[in-house]
Ligand binder design. Structure first.
Ligand SMILES: [Zn+2]
Length: 224
C-alpha cells in the first residue's frame, strides 16, 4: 500500500520496500534530483523482512543514487510511525533523534557485516530505553496480563525497539541468513528466508534482472 503524506514544504511518499517500492524509490529520487527545489522524501516502509534490516535500509544507493531518509528528526519519527513503532498521532520530535538514528545505523551496518562494531551504543539504548512492563489484572479475561509500554518520549526509548531487534538478529539463528544485495550499485540488506538460502538480490525483478542483463551484455561484448 502506498500513500502520500502532504506537508507544507515536502512530500513524503511511504511505500513498501518490495519490488514496486524500490522501483518507485529510484524514479522518485531521479525526479527529486531533476527538480531540486521540490523536496521529495521517500520512506521505505518496513516490509517485514526484519525491523533491524529495514532500519539500515533507510539509507541506500551509491554515488548519485545515494539517499538517506533520516534527513531530520521529524523524518525519523515518520519512519518509526511507518514501522508501527509509534502511534500515528505521535507528535513529539526529540532534538538529536536523527543524529542518534544515523549513529545506530552506522554501528548496525558494521555489525551486520560481521565486525564487532560498537555494542556500547546499542547497549545504551537497551538499558535507558527499555520499556516499562507491568502486571495487570484484566477483568474481562479474567486473569493477569503483562503489558509493555514505551518508557517515555526520549530518544533512547524511541530507538530501543530497533536496538532490540538488532540484538536479537545478531545473536540468534537467523544471523546466518543476513545478506546484502550483490548488485554493485545496491546496498540493501535482506534476510534470505528462501528454502535454498541462495538468494542474491534485494529484488529479482529489479537488481536480479539488471545484473543478469549486465552480465549478458558483458559476455556478448567479450565474444562479439
Ligand atoms: Zn539490490
Amino acid at each position: 500500500m502506498t500513500h502520500l503524506i502532504e506537508k507544507p514544504t515536502q512530500r513524503i511518499l511511504v511505500l513498501g520496500a518490495g519490488e514496486l517500492g524500490i522501483q518507485v524509490l529510484r524514479a522518485m529520487s531521479q525526479q527529486a534530483r531533476r527538480h531540486s527545489q521540490t523536496q521529495i522524501s521517500v520512506l521505505l516502509r518496513p516490509d517485514a523482512t526484519h525491523l533491524a534490516l529495514d532500519f539500515v535500509n533507510s539509507a541506500c544507493g551509491v554515488g548519485d543514487e545515494y539517499q538517506d531518509f533520516f534527513t531530520d528528526d521529524a523524518s525519523v519519527v515518520s519512519w518509526l510511525k511507518s514501522a508501527e513503532l509509534l502511534p500515528g498521532d505521535f507528535s513529539d520530535v526529540p532534538p538529536g533523534l536523527a543524529r542518534q538514528a544515523r549513529a545506530v545505523r552506522e554501528v548496525a551496518i558494521q555489525m551486520l557485516a560481521g565486525k564487532p562494531g560498537n555494542p556500547e551504543l546499542i547497549n545504551q539504548l537497551l538499558d535507558k530505553g527499555q520499556p516499562v512492563r507491568r502486571l495487570e489484572w484484566v477483568a474481562e479475561l479474567p486473569g493477569f496480563r503483562v503489558t509493555e509500554c514505551r518508557r517515555d518520549n526520549n530518544i533512547d526509548a524511541l530507538l530501543e525497539p530497533v536496538a532490540m531487534a538488532l540484538a536479537l538478529l545478531l545473536s540468534g539463528d537467523e544471523r546466518k541468513y543476513i545478506r546484502q544485495c550483490e548488485a554493485h550499485d545496491c546496498t540493501l540488506w535482506f534476510l534470505d528466508t528462501t528454502k535454498s538460502h541462495r538468494r542474491r538480490w534485494c529484488s529479482m525483478a529489479l537488481c536480479g534482472n539488471r545484473m543478469k542483463v549486465a552480465a549478458f551484455r558483458a559476455r556478448k561484448h567479450q565474444t562479439g
